[in-house]
Design a protein around this ligand. Structure first.
Ligand SMILES: [Zn+2]
Length: 230
């Protein structure tokens, strides 16, 4: 075989290999056919993409969240979470987004669930509105559970959990954080306080952490873009 032929073969092999890895930015349509609990679903994939096969059923575990596992266990909030997931997901078409690691050790597919198409750059606002994993955390139905290497949205999720805890919603009803325990962010010239991830302060030279208690005391208002705890 000539040298160019060898290189071409190598290139083809590499391309074939790359095609089997999940492309984090492309979403795959699937229908939710069963809700096992708040973070476990069965879906039937509707297109062959990212290594997934059209028409095949997959058990999906949501990335980044932990919910009370048994639906029967009312005391642990499991029933509410399962009902919430059923109401939002059962028999509906969702979009699956994979991260670096596509399967766990039990061969469950690991995914983020989008309830609708986000625009290309997937802003924080879109996570809040359209990504079910984020909605579970924001509404206090789930805690954050970060498992590397699937950490694409881990920083957002951590912020969302802080917000849920500060608001005392869902799981956090009886464990509401005091304003003095919640950290928000301000800039020297701004009159608003923010979440760390807020895009309106991302270019600021100086971003200072202060407690929510202090922010209120000094007359800062909550930012409307990032919607910090208030
Ligand atoms: Zn903000």
């Amino acid at each position: 075989m000539k040298k160019t032929g060898v290189i071409l073969l190598m290139l083809m092999t590499l391309t074939a290999f790359a095609a089997e890895l999940p492309q984090p930015d492309s979403l795959v349509c699937a229908e939710v056919v069963n809700v096992v609990d708040g973070k476990t679903l069965d879906v039937v994939v509707q297109e062959s993409r990212n290594g997934l096969e059209s028409g095949k059923m997959y058990r999906v575990r949501l990335i980044g969240v932990d919910v009370p596992a048994t639906p029967e266990n009312v005391g642990l909030y499991g029933k509410e979470v399962a009902e919430f997931a059923e109401r939002h997901l059962l028999n509906s078409t969702v979009l699956l987004e994979l991260d670096v690691r596509p399967y766990d050790e039990r061969n469950n597919l690991l995914a983020y669930i989008w309830l609708g198409w986000p625009v290309a750059d997937k802003t924080e606002g879109e996570l809040r509105k359209l990504m079910f994993n984020a909605i579970l955390i924001l509404d206090g139905y789930a805690r954050v559970a970060t498992a590397p290497p699937n950490v694409k949205y881990a920083e957002y999720f951590a912020e969302f959990e802080k917000t849920a805890r500060a608001m005392g919603v869902g799981l956090w009803q009886n464990q509401k954080l005091e304003d003095s325990d919640v950290i928000v962010y301000v800039t020297p010239k701004g009159r608003k306080y923010h979440l760390k991830s807020c895009r309106t302060i991302s270019n600021s030279q100086e971003i200072m952490p202060i407690t929510l208690e202090e922010a209120k005391k000094r007359g800062y208002e909550p930012c409307r873009v990032c919607d910090p705890p208030n």
